[in-house]
Design a protein around this ligand. Sequence first.
Ligand SMILES: O=c1[nH]cnc2c1ncn2[C@@H]1O[C@H](CO)[C@@H](O)[C@H]1O
Ligand SMILES: [Zn+2]
Length: 370
Amino acid sequence: MHLSDNSAAESAAAPGPVADWIRRAPKAVLHDHLDGGLRPSTIIELARDCGYGELPTEDPEALALWFRDAADSGSLERYLETFVHTCAVMQTREALFRVAAECAEDLAADGVVYAEVRYAPEQHQERGLGLDEVVDAVNEGFREGERRAGGRITVRALLTGMRHTRRSLEIAELTVAHRDRGVAGFDIAGGEIGNPPADHLPAFQYLKRHNCHFTIHAGEAVGAESVHEAVQVCGAERIGHGVRITDDIQVQDDGTAVLGHLAAYVRDNRIALEVCPTSNLQTGAAKHYATHPIDLLHRLGFRVTLNTDNRLVSGTTMSREFQHMADAFGYGPEVFERFTVAAVESAFLPLPERRRIIGEVIRPGYAALG
Ligand SMILES: O=c1[nH]cnc2c1ncn2[C@@H]1O[C@H](CO)[C@@H](O)[C@H]1O
Ligand SMILES: [Zn+2]
C-alpha cells in the first residue's frame, strides 16, 4: 500500500484483463505524452547509458508500479514530479529516437491506428541539444516506429510549451517551422494552478496568424474558468482533459441537464475534449470511473475522445481505458467507434487524411468486430 492522500478516490488499481474485441478494435489517441509513456526497461537501460543514478528502482516491474503509485496522489503537481526521471534519460538524439520508435510500436501493438504524441522540446536540452535537433530526433523515431509496425499506425507530434516557463512563443515558432515535417500542432501543459493559459497569449496569436493547430490542457486542476480562457481568450481548437466543464452544467433532480453558455458553446462548436479517465483519478480531477463525467458529456452530445495521457505514469493503454469505460458504463463497440471517429475528425490532419483513416481503417475495423 502506498502512502497517498488520495484515499477517498478509487485508485488507478492494477487493471484486469482486457476483452479480445477491445484489443482488436481500431483506436485513435489525441492525447498521449511521449515522456509519460516510456517502457520501464528502456528507462533503466538509458539511465545506465547516461549515468543517471536517481531512479527509484532498477527492476522494470517495480519501476512501473513506482510511477503509477507515485502519480496516484490526488494532485496534478505531484503527478508531474514523476516526469523528472523520464526526462532525465531523454537528453540525447539516440535516446529520443529510441523512445519515439518504441512509442509508435507500443501504440500500434495495442491497436492504435492514429496517434498524436506530445512532448516539450525545451525539456530535452540538458545535454546541449538544440530545439530543432530534438524535434528531428523524435520525428525520425516516429517514422522508424511506423515502419516497424508495418504501416499500421500513423503518428504525428504535438510540441508542448510548459506553462510555468516563458518559452511558449519560441515553441510555437518551432511548431510552425516543422509543421509539414511530422509536427501537427501545439499544446501547453504543466501545473495549471497559478499558470493560466492567457499568460501564453503571444504564442497562441502567433499560431493563429500562421493558421496552425493547437490544443490546451485546461479544466483539469482548475475549473470551467480555465476552459473558458483556453477557448474564448486563447482560441483552442481542442481541450486537454476539459472535464471540469461540468462546473457549467446543472443536472436537475429529474436527470435533465441545463448547460451554461460556456458548456453550450463547447458542445455546439464541436470542440473536442481529450478525456483521460485514469489520469483524472490519479490527479484528483475525478473520483471514480463510475462517476467520471465522460458519460454525462457523451450523453449530452459533447465531442468526447478517449485518451491515455501517460501510459507509464498512469499505468494504462488505450485498451485499458476502453475496458475501464466498458466496465463503468456498459459501453459496447458503437460507443468506442463514436469516440474513435470523433478523435480522427478532430485530428490535426488534413481533411482527406482524416476521411481516409475513418473510411478505410476505422469503419471497416469496427464492422469486422461483428
Ligand atoms: O495531464 C497532464 N496535465 C498537465 N501537464 C501534463 C500532463 N501530463 C503530462 N504533463 C506534462 O507535460 C510535459 C510534456 O509532455 C510532461 O513533462 C509533463 O510535465
Ligand atoms: Zn496531458
